[in-house]
Design a protein around this ligand. Sequence first.
Ligand code: CTP
Length: 209
Amino acid sequence: MKILISAGPTREAIDPVRFITNRSTGKMGYAIAHAALEMQHEVVLVSGPVALTAPAGVKLVNVESAAEMAEAMKKFAVEADVIIMSAAVADYRPCSYSSSKIKKSDGNMVIELERTEDILASLGKSKRADQILVGFAAETDDLLQNAQNKLERKNLDYIAANIVGVPGRGFGAADNAITLIGRDGSLRELSLKSKRSIAGELLEIVLNR
Ligand code: CTP
C-alpha cells in the first residue's frame, strides 16, 4: 500500500526572524511512518520542522508552512491508498509577511491573523472511494463529541482522538493514548503506551477494516 503521512508542526512566518508555531514534535507521525515501513508499505512522510530523523526508506518531503504542507499533501494524495494527517497544522497565519525585520516600539503590538487552508477537509472533499483518510483530534474537553464532529465535517474514515494538556501523553511525550473512532461508529481504545506501539495498532485497525 502507498501510505501518505503528515507530521510535526507548521511555521507561519511573521518576518525573516519570527514565526508562529505550536508544541508538536512530530513523534506520533514519525512513529506511524516507522510502523508502516516495518509492515513493508511504501511511505511518503510530509514533515514540518522537527528534530527527528526520518526512517531510512521513506520518501521525506520537508515543508515549513501550512500552505507548503497543503501543496505537498495534495500532490502525493493522488497516488496514496491511505492518508494519515497527524501534523499539527497552524489554523492561522499572519495576514501579511514583512520582508524587513519588524522593529519594536514602546506600545503594544497586534498581529492580524487569517485562516490557513484546512488540508484534511480539502483531502476529504477530493477523496476517492478506495482511499482511507485518517485525521487526528487533539482536545482538552469533550474529546469524543469534538472528534466525532470533525470526522463528519471533514469526511474522514477514522479519527484518532487524544486528550492534550495531560502530562505524560500527547504533544512532545514518548507515550500516547488514543480513541480511534471509525466512520461506521466503531470505537477502539488504544491505552497509554509508546507512540511506536500506538502507531502499529492504529495501522493494523485502519488497514484491516
Ligand atoms: N488540520 C489540517 N489543516 C489545518 C488544521 C488542521 O489538515 N489547517 C488537520 C490536522 O492534521 C488534524 C485535524 O485536522 O488531523 C485536526 O482537526 P482541527 O479541526 O483542525 O483541530 P484543531 O486545530 O484542534 O481545531 P479546533 O479549533 O476545531 O479544535
